[in-house]
Structures are given as structure tokens and as C-alpha cells.
Design a protein around this ligand. Structure first.
Ligand SMILES: [Zn+2]
Ligand SMILES: [Zn+2]
Ligand SMILES: [Zn+2]
Length: 544
């Protein structure tokens, strides 16, 4: 018997399963689609939409099935080969039991055929058949020396042992079982011609499936590796997203964001003013040493002659430390020296986020470990970059939401945060003049206008739930020429709320829908331009 086959046999077998898996998925989605057409609950969803939605999910399912089948392919095939090799070896090497004699006539017998017996619950065995040419009996003995004993077949009705006879007619064997006790009879027919034909038909069917679908459902090495990378990348992007988001739940991180990042000139001004109050005069900075950090040596003169030696140096250290606490500058440890009325020392400036985190109390090893190998491989991938940005955005939003507990109306952001676009007037404004609350980001002027109740607390202009419109929309959305607009305003049909700067100049006009019902009746909104999203498809073209 041949148990071990050539490599192609296993590849075909594996691919065939993959194809059948995929075809089953297509089948079940087809059924889902048919069912959805009759589903009362979603009867209002257009047929086209249902088809689109299900196609999307089907493609995603097929994408992962194909990919995951590829992922385990090499290993699974190796396992199958290994299993069959074990069988083959066992079968080939099983030694024939010696000195076997016929149970009837006692003659010495020699085996002609053997088969492998491999059941899950018993160790593998090889059964040798010993025919006796004299009495036409056949004796079975295992390689272990045990004799094969056929279990008697019992009558299903009375449990009496059945009599069995068989007749052979060309390739058809007919088995007739009769019960001598209750006359029960059973006839079984083994038609080898028919079962052979059936086997051939199945072989042919499998072959056709392979030819037709292999290319579509069984990934090549190139496509398979691409899949594995895509999944790995998506997982990594997810990790990065969570990690970025988590960063901002850390109080040290909040501190980092809130640190005042001072330039050297700003630092000099801040320090000299405060030190002079404490009678340390003529603060001067020496040439900085610029590396990972910026290190600046300084000297100051102690104008208070009552302070001497270490008293003076301890005192100036205390002052500098407390001044710098909320900035990105630190006094270098043990650098302060006092000599003959001069206090000197070194200041260290931090710039990079990593370093700033350290001065806010996060030690390097405490930071979440990122997989540097994956970072190198995927860190610059667009998908991962996007996840990083989104994680950061969500983390920052969460941090701001927490702050709302203490400042329920909202707050101005930090000067260091990037400039933001005002949600109402659209102007770009630095962080420290951007007011944040759950309604969005507003420049300081729009926020003042809200506080002074010139306008209600409006949402973002692209997300305004149709509560207001703006100057630019009057022409684009309602087809009213700017000249007509002024006329309509004078006549009072168009009512605008003018947003004014502190100096009284108008910088923006907001039109509340509520106050302009008459205008809107006369100038209804023109239908918008239809934006269609086209799915790139990734070459996945299965249609239901
Ligand atoms: Zn015999
Ligand atoms: Zn019976
Ligand atoms: Zn604004």
C-alpha cells in the first residue's frame, strides 16, 4: 500500500479545502442576500444598498479566509506529509509474524497481503493475511503476534448470531445475512464498478474545482506574504493607536503638554526679573553647549552682603528651581557654586517630547515598550501614521474632557499646541487663544461673542445641524448675489448676527435659520453636489 504521496497531492488536497471553504462563504452570503430581500425589518433599505453592504462583508471574509489558509498552508502540508511518512515507514518496516500455521489443517502458512490499521485510540498495527491453499481459509495475524478475530455479527432483532453468505458476479458482491432464530434477513450489495465510477467522478469534480478556482482563492507566496504583512501592520497600527491614546491619560503627560517652552531670551527675562527681586543682580549667560540638550552656564552677583557661601548658593538654587518648575528648563544638579559674591551654575533646556516626559516624571523604562523591529518596518506606513494621529487626537480629547470636570465651561488651550481653525469663523488661531469645550474649538473672539450672547453656542460650521449659515453660503447655496445680499439685509429679510472684535469691527456674520425663515422660503437651498465614494476594490471582484 502507498500511504505517502508526492508533494503535489498534498498541495492539491489543501487547496481544495481552501476553495471549498471560500465557496461555502459565497454560498452563505448569497443566502443572506436572498433572505435580506424578504426581511420585513429592512424592507426600506434599497436592494442596491443591501447588495453593496453584503458584498463588502463577503470580500472582507474571503480576504481573511484566503489569507489565513495561506498562513497555515506550509505547516499543515508538512504535518500531513509527516503523518503519512510515519504510516508508510511503519507499514514498510512491520515484520511478518513467523511460524504461523493453519488453524484447521495445521500447515505452515506464508502471508501474501498486509494492511495498516490506524485507529485514534489504539497504536498503529499491521495486519498480515495468511491464506491456506489447502482448506481455503484465511488467517489474519498482526505484526504484534495477536491473531485477528472477527467479531460475530448479531441479529438486530433477537441478538442471535447471523449466518453470512456472499455471491460474486463480475464486480458485484452480494452479502446475504440471515438469522437462524427469527428469520431476519439483510442483503448488502457492493458494486465495485459503481463505486469506482463514483470515485472517478469525484476526482474529476475536484480537479475541475482546482482548475477553476485555485488562482482566485489560493494565494501565491507573493500575495500571501502581502496579506500577512497587512494584518501585522493593522495589528501594529491598533497597538500604536491605543498607546498614543493611553499616553495622554497619564498625568505626567498632561504636565508635559502644559509645560511652558521658553526660548533662551524668554528664560533670561524671566529669571533676571525674579532674581533681581531677590537681590541677585547682573544675571549673565555664557556660550551654550548644544547637544541633545541645551546647556547654558550662568553667573549672577549676590547684592545682599549678609548672605555668604553656601547660604547664598542654597538660596539661589531654591529660587531658580521654583521658577523653572513649569517650564522646559532645569537647573543642572550640583552645578551651583558661590565664590566671592558670584553665584554660578548651569541650566539645561529640554526640547524633545521624550526628554520632556522625563522631567515630568516618566522614566524611560516606564514608558510603554514599543516593538522596535515593527516600528522600523511599519512605523512610516500611512496606515500606522494615521492610527498614531488618531490615537493622539483621541488621547488629547480625553485629556481635555477630564479637565472639563474642574472647568465645565471649557478653557483656552496651551500656547505650544498647534494653531487651530476656529469652528465658527474658520480663522487660524494659536493654542492659547483657542477656547475648547464639547461644542468644539473657537477663536477667542467667537468665544467672547458666545459669552456676550451675540450668538448661541454654535457647533462647527460643517456640522451645524442646519442651525445657521454664513456669508459664503448665501451665493453658493441660495444663489443670491452679494449685491442682492446687502439689499436684502437692508430690507430686513436677511437677518445676520454680526460678530465683532474687541475694537468694535465686524469680522464675521452668522445667519440663524430660525431668524431667516422668510428668506429661506423665498430662496430655498439649491440641491448640493452629489459626492460619490468609489471603492478601489483591491482586485476583489466577487459579486453576489
Ligand atoms: Zn489449512
Ligand atoms: Zn434474529
Ligand atoms: Zn472664530
Amino acid at each position: 500500500m502507498q500511504y505517502l504521496r508526492d508533494k503535489q497531492y498534498y498541495t492539491d488536497l489543501y487547496d481544495l479545502f481552501t476553495i471549498k471553504d471560500c465557496l461555502d462563504e459565497v454560498k452563505s452570503f448569497r443566502k443572506m442576500y436572498q433572505d435580506s430581500l424578504a426581511d420585513e425589518k429592512i424592507k426600506d433599505v434599497p436592494q442596491e444598498e443591501k447588495l453593496k453592504g453584503l458584498n463588502y462583508f463577503l470580500n472582507w471574509h474571503l480576504f481573511t479566509t484566503k489569507g489565513e489558509r495561506y498562513r497555515s498552508k506550509a505547516q499543515r502540508i508538512a504535518e500531513m506529509v509527516e503523518e503519512d511518512k510515519k504510516k508508510q515507514d511503519f507499514y514498510d518496516k512491520a515484520s511478518e509474524p513467523s511460524n504461523i500455521t493453519c488453524n484447521t489443517c495445521g500447515k505452515r502458512l506464508f502471508s501474501e497481503t498486509k494492511i495498516l490499521e490506524d485507529y485514534i485510540d489504539t497504536p498503529m498495527r499491521v495486519l498480515f493475511f495468511f491464506p491456506c491453499k489447502t482448506c481455503k481459509e484465511k488467517k489474519g495475524v498482526y505484526n504484534t503476534g495477536e491473531e485477528f478475530v472477527s467479531k460475530p455479527q448479531l441479529c438486530p432483532k433477537c441478538k442471535h448470531e447471523l449466518n453470512e453468505k456472499h455471491t460474486v458476479k463480475s464486480k458485484v458482491i452480494t452479502w446475504i445475512k440471515t438469522c437462524p432464530s427469527c428469520k431476519f434477513t439483510e442483503i448488502e450489495v457492493d458494486d465495485f464498478e459503481k463505486s469506482h465510477a463514483e470515485f472517478e467522478r469525484k476526482q474529476q469534480e475536484d480537479k475541475e474545482l482546482l482548475t477553476k478556482y485555485r488562482e482566485e482563492y489560493c494565494l501565491t507566496d507573493e500575495k500571501g506574504k502581502e496579506y500577512i504583512e497587512t494584518i501585522e501592520k493593522m495589528k501594529y497600527a491598533n497597538e500604536i493607536f491605543e498607546q498614543e491614546k493611553q499616553k495622554y491619560s497619564n498625568t505626567a503627560y498632561q504636565k508635559t503638554v502644559q509645560l511652558k517652552k521658553l526660548s533662551i531670551a524668554e528664560l533670561e527675562k524671566l529669571l533676571s526679573e525674579l532674581l533681581e527681586k531677590e537681590k541677585y543682580i547682573k544675571l549673565s549667560f555664557d556660550k551654550p553647549e548644544i547637544g541633545q540638550f541645551v546647556i547654558v552656564p550662568f553667573t549672577a552677583q549676590d547684592a545682599d552682603s549678609s548672605r555668604k557661601g553656601s547660604d547664598s548658593s542654597i538660596n539661589i538654587q531654591k529660587i531658580i528651581k521654583s521658577v523653572l518648575e513649569h517650564t522646559n528648563w532645569r537647573l543642572v544638579n550640583n552645578s551651583v557654586i558661590y565664590r566671592l559674591g558670584y553665584a554660578s551654575g548651569q541650566l539645561k533646556g529640554y526640547e524633545e517630547e521624550e526628554d520632556l516626559l522625563e522631567i515630568s516624571g516618566i522614566k524611560k523604562e516606564q514608558k510603554q515598550q514599543i516593538d522596535s523591529e515593527k516600528e522600523r518596518k511599519y512605523g512610516y506606513d500611512n496606515y500606522v501614521q494615521l492610527a498614531r494621529m488618531m490615537g493622539k487626537h483621541e488621547g488629547i480629547e480625553n485629556m481635555r474632557r477630564r479637565r472639563l470636570e474642574k472647568e465645565p465651561d471649557g478653557f483656552f488651550l496651551e500656547a505650544t499646541e498647534s494653531p487651530y481653525t476656529c469652528g465658527i469663523c474658520g480663522e487660524l488661531t494659536p493654542g492659547n487663544t483657542t477656547w475648547w469645550n464639547l461644542d468644539g474649538l473657537r477663536c477667542k473672539d467667537c468665544w467672547r461673542n458666545i459669552q456676550e450672547e451675540v450668538i448661541p453656542s454654535l457647533k462647527h460650521r460643517y456640522d451645524n445641524d442646519d442651525t445657521y449659515f454664513q456669508d459664503w453660503q448665501i451665493q453658493s447655496d441660495f444663489g443670491v448675489h452679494p449685491a442682492t445680499r446687502s439689499k436684502l439685509k437692508r430690507e430686513g429679510l436677511l437677518k445676520g448676527r454680526e460678530l465683532k472684535r474687541q475694537d468694535g469691527t465686524t469680522y464675521y456674520t452668522v445667519y440663524l435659520i430660525e431668524e431667516n425663515k422668510e428668506f429661506l422660503k423665498k430662496y430655498p437651498k439649491k440641491p448640493g453636489i452629489k459626492v460619490e465614494f468609489i471603492n478601489s476594490g483591491d482586485g476583489m471582484k466577487v459579486k453576489l
